[in-house]
Design a protein around this ligand. Sequence first.
Ligand SMILES: Nc1ncnc2c1ncn2[C@@H]1O[C@H](COP(=O)(O)OP(=O)(O)OP(=O)(O)O)[C@@H](O)[C@H]1O
Length: 291
Amino acid sequence: MKVNHISKLIHGKQILSDIDFQVKTGSIVGIVGRNGAGKTTLLRTMVGILDPTQGDVLIDEHSVFKHPQLKEQVIFVPDSSEALKNYSTKEMLTLYKSIYPKFDEDYFHKLMRRFSLSPINKIGNYSKGMKALFSLVVAFSTKAKYILLDEPTDGLDVIVKKQILKILVEEVSTNEVSVIISSHRLDELEFMANDIIMIKDGKVDSHYELDEMKEMYRKVQIVFNGDMPDYISQHVDILSQTGRVYTIMIDQQDKDIYQKLQEASPLLYEELPLSLEDLFVAKLGGDEDVS
Ligand SMILES: Nc1ncnc2c1ncn2[C@@H]1O[C@H](COP(=O)(O)OP(=O)(O)OP(=O)(O)O)[C@@H](O)[C@H]1O
């Protein structure tokens, strides 16, 4: 799937600007960004619920907007299933079978049993965790190639979360589906995503392969004999500061910085493991105080 230079204006306001990336088959892509960055609008545009003002979404090089039948290959699971709360599980099955010709009913029943979900007259009467699991059961039973999830584990207990993460990873590895997840749970994405796309003010701020990202930056705890030298503060990202203890992120490409750090003879220099949360704070935190 190719997201090809998508822009979206809503009521004259630029919500998405020139978003461009590809989703590889059999991969998990995490879409991250601060509240209001445009993640949900992007997902809704990718599945064709919203038309882009400019740009296109391509599946096997064909536009999903010009070839509506391609929408059978994509399913969007929103963060709340309010719209469908009055349907029974049986009605949902009929509805989705009519929209998705490859819907696998046996697989649907198998997953319902696996998650101990009993058929119900009103989906709205399922608990929050059951609704989330049911949405995934339906999504995976459609046999769509691209599953787009908006905050799939928001507000769920740890057991349900683990069940959800497990089935996501299994589906991607065994059924060659691609999953695109918008989430604020950076720890969960770090555990399963192959790619991370950071959205800032409706634009792609950065796109990383997660393994590569860990090689690109180094996280260091450092104490100077006095203030941090200006050259250093201008060339590193300061993740936090507690008294004289700074936690900084160093770009591995910046070859001069190591020399400058050595020249400053720090009292403490300790490398720490870098997390996706560190990168999020460095890239998207701006000047806001998060120490
Ligand atoms: N239908 C709409 N009408 C007007 N503004 C909208 C509409 N839909 C989205 N927006 C605006 O677009 C921006 C991005 O919203 P969006 O819901 O895509 O962000 P998000 O990154 O998913 O946020 P969050 O993490 O808080 O869920 C926000 O400023 C929002 O107010």
